[in-house]
Design a protein around this ligand. Structure first.
Ligand code: PLP
Length: 419
């Protein structure tokens, strides 16, 4: 019997049956037919401390006894107030105003609306958004508009709004990116630049330097252009620090966080703004307010999960765990790099990626289904981006699982590359 479920980023009829997961713990997923799958991509980049973390699960269960959901316009509640205060404490100054929503895409939409609202309310309307080539900011129309155009949004392309694009600052070509940004800032008076700091995730785990990030931030500041950091993927330790921006000593005007905000247990996002952005919306005119809400804005149970995540960051040696995982992966990456057929081996924090030397790359590469089958046969949740194989495991993964994972990757390289 076929299921009525329509899955995301899935071509039904190809690659079925779809495994059914009954239970998850740590870095492991357990299927209904008794298999144990290693979650090497943190269930699409969300799970940080591991699945079913006891502290987060307990916080959810506790909160579910008292307050499930409440309209967040005109009402407030303790889990949201506590989380907002804890976020302001842990985030760099002057990031001080927390706007809640429920997904990374929505946090980006809110960031864009904050930036455009800022300029409108200063009676100096600006509409141009600057983006980086290869970026991904979500699958809503605003997110798609500021993201890379490709196979995954071709059908909607004509309705996406126009943006100014910077070339990706690959090593040696950083100056071209900075020059392009400088020219756009001078000639087009853009409202904002939005970037994924240090690593473009869905664009293929492409890493660029902290110096470039910091120079882009400085250029924006110099020209009065707002700087939006989309840390939906990079936040919560993925690149080795709480935020990727930290590594470049950059503080954005607007920051997007989601995915690991609840440790990956519940859908929740925040868009964090500086006082300048907030104050531009706080006039005596109701027409100047930020016109945005989702039904589940600041859902109390999701906020309770967020508070448990922050407690883990406060009480447990999370950064040490991340450092150890980074090191353990680097050793294994060094060995992989010796294999013929590997191109561009790279790592930032806990994220590792290699490109395979195969004919035909890109998201719809013909090698992709075979690669997926390869990993599925080995009970590994690895989901290559085209012919880029990457790992981004939960921080609790152990050495034994890492060995199994890297063996599977080594075998894939051997099987699928043309050397
Ligand atoms: C995943 C992601 C998003 C979108 O988040 P969703 O929760 O899937 O809507 C936005 N930006 C970046 C950088 C992401 O990695």
């Amino acid at each position: 019997m076929t299921s009525p479920v329509w899955h995301p980023f899935t071509q039904h009829g190809l690659g079925e049956p779809i495994p059914r997961i009954d239970r998850a713990e740590g870095a492991a997923l357990y299927t209904s037919d008794g298999r144990r799958i290693i979650d090497a991509i943190s269930s699409w980049w969300v799970t940080t401390h591991g699945h079913c973390n006891p502290r987060i699960m307990a916080a959810i269960a506790r909160q579910a006894q008292t307050l499930d959901q409440i309209i967040f316009a005109g009402f407030t509640h303790e889990p949201a107030e506590t989380l907002a205060r804890a976020l302001v404490d842990i985030l760099p100054d002057p990031l001080a105003h927390i706007f809640f929503s429920d997904s990374g895409s929505t946090s980006v939409e809110v960031a864009l609306k904050m930036a455009l609202g800022y300029w409108r309310n200063r009676r100096e309307p600006r509409h141009r958004i600057v983006v980086m080539e290869g970026s991904y900011h979500g699958d809503t129309f605003g997110g798609m508009s500021v993201g890379e155009r490709g196979a995954y949004n071709r059908a909607y392309q004509r309705l996406l709004f126009d943006v100014a694009r910077l070339p990706f600052p690959s090593p040696g070509a950083e100056q071209a990116t900075l020059d392009a940004l400088d020219a756009i800032c001078r000639n087009e008076a853009p409202a904002a630049l939005i970037v994924e700091p240090l690593v473009l995730g869905a664009g293929g785990m492409l890493i660029y330097s902290a110096e470039t990030l910091s120079a882009m931030r400085e250029l924006c500041a110099r020209h009065g252009v707002l700087f939006i950091a989309d840390e939906v993927m990079t936040g919560w330790g993925r690149t080795g620090t709480l935020l990727a921006c930290e590594r470049a000593r950059v503080v954005p005007d607007i920051l997007c966080l989601s995915k690991g905000l609840t440790g990956g247990a519940m859908p929740l996002a925040v868009t964090v703004a500086t006082p300048a952005i907030y104050e531009a919306h706080r006039t005596t005119d109701r027409a100047d307010m930020l016109f945005h809400s989702s039904s589940y804005t600041a859902n109390p149970i999701a906020c309770a999960a967020g508070n448990a995540n922050l407690a883990i960051w406060r009480d447990e040696p999370v950064l040490e765990r991340i450092g150890a995982l980074a090191e353990a992966q680097q050793e294994r990456l060094d060995r992989l790099s010796l294999q013929p057929g590997v191109r561009n081996p790279r790592r930032i924090g806990t994220i590792v990626a290699v490109d395979l030397n195969v004919d035909g790359s890109g998201y719809l590469s013909s090698s992709w289904p075979a690669l997926m089958t390869h990993f599925r046969e080995r009970d590994l949740l690895v989901r290559p981006l085209g012919t880029t194989i990457y790992t981004m495991p939960p921080y609790c993964i152990d050495e034994q699982d890492l060995d199994r994972l890297y063996l599977g990757i080594a075998e894939a390289i051997e099987r699928f590359t043309t050397a």
